[in-house]
Ligand binder design. Structure first.
Ligand code: AR6
Length: 169
């Protein structure tokens, strides 16, 4: 049984086996939660990301996929970097957003993680409407059949927290 929990706050303050980063395909950092994770996690995370870019992910991490690095100074064992889709009003990219949650759970599960903390992927800079982003996140985790004991959504503001709370019911 997987417990889904909700927290309002800064994901870089959380303690979990795996903390998920809403990255971009460069894996080399950015704003939003990505910037916060690299700032608080320290340079070890970026060093791992650079190694990934020099190796298997020479062209970057494709949208919807996930990859793990060290968590550096964060209170976690791994950061799972995933690349959400940019919101589009003309194209349905929901499957790519669902894939971010599924792939992050798979990568974390393969590493042996039992607890994982997610931000609301794509709902910031990438413009995904928060209610729909929350629906996809919760539906995908519920359907995933993961080995995780706890899946925690860490929502930065009250609006996002309420959107997730409405999905949990
Ligand atoms: N803890 C938890 N949630 C946060 C935090 C935090 N410290 N900071 C922001 N959020 P975003 P995206 C929320 O923009 O939309 C970056 O530049 C935020 O309120 O971080 O997937 C990357 O490098 C929002 O609800 O990620 C990419 O280029 C959610 O996290 C691009 O942004 C996601 O917002 C990815 O855009």
């Amino acid at each position: 049984m997987t417990t889904i929990t909700l927290v309002q706050g800064d994901i870089t303050r959380e303690s979990a086996d795996a903390i998920v980063n809403a990255a971009n395909s460069s894996l080399l950092g950015g704003g939003g939660v990505d910037g916060a994770i690299h700032r608080r996690g320290g340079p070890a995370i970026l060093e791992d990301c650079r190694r990934l870019r020099a190796g298997r992910y020479g062209k970057g991490l494709p949208t919807g996929q996930a990859v793990a690095t060290t968590a550096g100074d964060l209170d976690a064992r791994w950061v799972i970097h995933t690349v959400g889709p940019v919101w589009s009003a003309t194209e349905d990219r929901s499957e790519l957003l669902a894939s971010c949650y599924r792939e992050s759970l798979r990568v974390a599960g393969d590493l042996g993680a039992r607890t994982i903390a997610f931000p609301a992927i794509s709902t910031g800079v990438y413009g995904w409407p928060i209610d729909d982003g929350a629906r996809i996140a919760v539906e995908t985790v519920r359907a995933a059949g993961t080995s995780m004991e706890e899946v925690r959504f860490v929502l930065f503001d009250e609006r996002a927290y309420e959107a997730f709370a409405a999905q949990i019911g």
